[in-house]
Design a protein. Structure first.
Length: 236
């Protein structure tokens, strides 16, 4: 057996941090230049749209399109927990590529459906999750949900102009379950490894528990806010 290759998340964070630092330094230099005739417009030199596009293309590999970019990045969020028995790299790549295309097709369908209640979304989500583990039988339900939910989260980050219909059913999206969420959001001191969850009902207990709190913010938006706030506190 061999473990799938890991991604250095710290390296990604370091690159983004360096970009932000460089941008801040450039802006300070502009503001010091009193002779610049456009001094009053310095805050608009880089639009938010331009900065957003730049950060996305630095953090994600978009050469195959934004859909695959989100899927591939989401894979890196769980692949360290995935044990692949086949040591042949060509076969491993084929497995992954097939699963990526499966996800692309099924998730594009999911976000485009006319869904008007949480139960309908949950049913479709379960169907995709279970079928993904059948498509690649080394995946657990815990790993499949992480791949699906993080893909939807990244697609939502990309926005409607890059992923049409991504906001249509976003209020029903699930919270991606991992050790960070288990411990910090749900307060479980010693949780069962999320990657070893093999029953969809067991996974759904987390979603149901969160819903019972009657938080008005959609779950995936709440998770965005929680992640940003919690990671900022831990870094300070």
């Amino acid at each position: 057996m061999s473990l799938a290759p890991t991604v250095d998340i710290c390296e990604f964070a370091f690159r983004i941090s360096n970009l932000e630092f460089a941008y801040t330094r450039v802006m300070r230099q502009f503001k010091k230049n009193k002779n610049n005739k456009n001094m009053n417009n310095m805050n608009n030199i880089l639009s938010n749209e331009l900065k957003e596009e730049f950060y996305i293309r630095v953090y994600f590999n978009t050469k195959e399109g934004f859909e695959i970019a989100g899927i591939k990045r989401a894979y890196l969020d769980f692949n360290r927990t995935l044990v692949i028995k086949d040591k042949n790299q060509e076969n491993r790549n084929k497995l992954r590529n097939t699963a990526e295309q499966f996800l692309k097709n099924h998730l594009l369908r999911l976000i485009s459906l006319d869904i008007d209640n949480q139960e309908m979304f949950d049913s479709n989500h379960e169907n995709v999750c279970v079928k993904l583990t059948e498509e690649w039988n080394e995946l657990s339900i815990g790993q499949a949900q992480k791949w699906i939910n993080m893909t939807l989260k990244y697609w939502l980050l990309f926005g409607e102009k890059r992923i049409p219909n991504i906001e249509k059913n976003a209020i029903y999206f699930h919270i991606p379950i991992d050790s960070f969420v288990q411990k910090d959001m749900f307060g479980i001191t010693e949780p069962k490894p999320w990657s070893k969850i093999r029953n969809y009902a067991e996974y759904m207990k987390y979603q149901q528990e969160h819903r019972e709190k009657n938080i008005k913010t959609p779950p995936i938006i709440y998770e965005f806010e929680f992640f940003n706030k919690t990671t900022q506190i831990k870094r300070s």
